[in-house]
Design a binder for this molecule. Structure first.
Ligand code: MG
Length: 261
């Protein structure tokens, strides 16, 4: 009898532990999942709107600068063979995304960003030199302020550029600022004043201890871009804070009540 009571008590403790375990956020990679098949386009305003309608915690997007210093939302550094940084914004006026939208400026994209509760996961792309990167950071902050989005609850920053992350750290205290290049341990990242990591899943397969090391430093841990069921489960089990994915509905299904909204 006593052992049955003990087993029941242990089971209750386990249930309590499971219900207290931290929640995991979902970020829709470049707006939405399989978006081109669904008639949307990555990094499009419509895809951001779709992520907002589905109430994903976050929606990721990428920002570059044109030669006439317009900030635009696009993943690749080139469009139809033209480098974004060597062409004026007007040179892309005839370009259409796969859903028919024109190339969105950051300003147009943030106009949609204001309309939903989904966090903007703002990737500032590496630029040709420090001056361009610094300009991009400063203009991004200005644009966020103009849209009422300069708020740590509404936007987080991510970048492969250490210079960009360090400038964000200096100019945006209190904001989550995640480094994307997995060449540094969380201890090394925090030592540079950068308060988060967003690493490819292979980093955490190779170094599962980095999740605990980051948490010990009070850093947030994001992982990109996790699309397969077994990989998603592995990342959930490792205790990451946020999963960036092309399959947000699958992640939602696997997380159940553990999804952070
Ligand atoms: Mg990106």
């Amino acid at each position: 009898m006593r052992s049955i009571v003990k087993i029941a008590a242990a089971a209750a403790l386990l249930t309590l532990a499971a219900s207290c375990s931290p929640k995991v956020a979902i970020t829709a990679h470049r707006g939405y999942w399989n978006c081109e098949e669904a008639g949307y386009a990555e990094n499009s305003i419509k895809s951001l709107e779709l992520a907002q309608k589905n109430h994903f915690w976050g929606s990721e997007f990428d920002v570059h600068i044109t030669s006439d210093l317009v900030l635009v939302v696009h993943h690749d550094a080139t469009i139809k063979g033209k480098s974004i940084h060597t062409h004026d914004y007007a040179d892309f006026k005839d370009y259409r995304l796969k859903n028919g939208e024109k190339l969105p400026t950051l300003d147009e994209y943030l106009t949609q960003g204001e309309k939903g509760g989904t966090v903007l996961v703002f990737e500032l792309k590496k630029q040709i030199d420090k001056a361009h990167e610094d300009y991009m950071v400063d203009k991004s902050i200005e644009a966020l302020k103009a849209h009422g989005l300069f708020d740590p609850k509404k936007v987080i920053f991510i970048s492969f550029s250490r210079n960009i992350c360090e400038r964000i750290a200096a100019l945006c205290p209190g904001f989550t600022n995640q480094y994307l290049e997995k060449d540094l341990t969380p201890d090394e990242v925090i030592a540079k004043g950068i308060n988060g990591i967003d690493y490819h899943q292979s980093a955490f397969v190779e170094h599962p201890e980095w999740v605990g090391q980051a948490h010990k430093n009070k850093m947030s841990v994001n992982v990109w871009t996790v699309n397969k069921k077994e990989d998603i489960q592995k990342m959930i089990d490792l205790g990451v804070d946020c999963i960036t994915t092309n399959e947000p509905l699958l992640v939602r299904e696997l997380l159940g009540g553990k999804e952070k909204k």
